[in-house]
Design a protein around this ligand. Sequence first.
Ligand SMILES: Nc1nc2c(ncn2[C@@H]2O[C@H](COP(=O)(O)OP(=O)(O)OP(=O)(O)O)[C@@H](O)[C@H]2O)c(=O)[nH]1
Length: 130
Amino acid sequence: MSSRAGSAAPAQNGGPAAAQELSPSRSPTLRQSYDLACKVMLLGDSGVGKTCFLLQFKDGAFLSGNFIATVGIDFRNKVVAVDGVKVKLQIWDTAGQERFRSVTHAYYRDAQALLLFYDITSKMSFDNIR
Ligand SMILES: Nc1nc2c(ncn2[C@@H]2O[C@H](COP(=O)(O)OP(=O)(O)OP(=O)(O)O)[C@@H](O)[C@H]2O)c(=O)[nH]1
């Protein structure tokens, strides 16, 4: 299985090298103006579709073809308007693989929302997220 380079894991494909270097303040999209900020975490087993959901929501694109597992954790920002209020969603895409659990747990603390994902064709992925 191939791996998608996450920002909180050893660098692959020229990505940042260490977990402590992953900071939302480094994102250029933060320059967008907003009224409220909200941290959202995407959680669930590996392969349930967290990254695809995020890319679809952020860019309107679907990642089909070879499955590339997330390494560690990564995030994307998107500003949405809710009743005239600009809300910046800082959406954190966690790796579903067990070996990254300790890395991803460290990011839960100040989240306002956790989105729990499972694969409707896999009862195990549902049981694991309960
Ligand atoms: N049929 C179908 N396949 C999907 C859907 N969403 C994602 N996939 C496929 O499922 C595979 C895994 O998707 P990812 O979004 O990378 O899974 P993930 O939960 O981010 O996995 P990790 O990064 O390992 O935690 C990919 O091959 C996708 O093309 C969906 O809604 N339907």
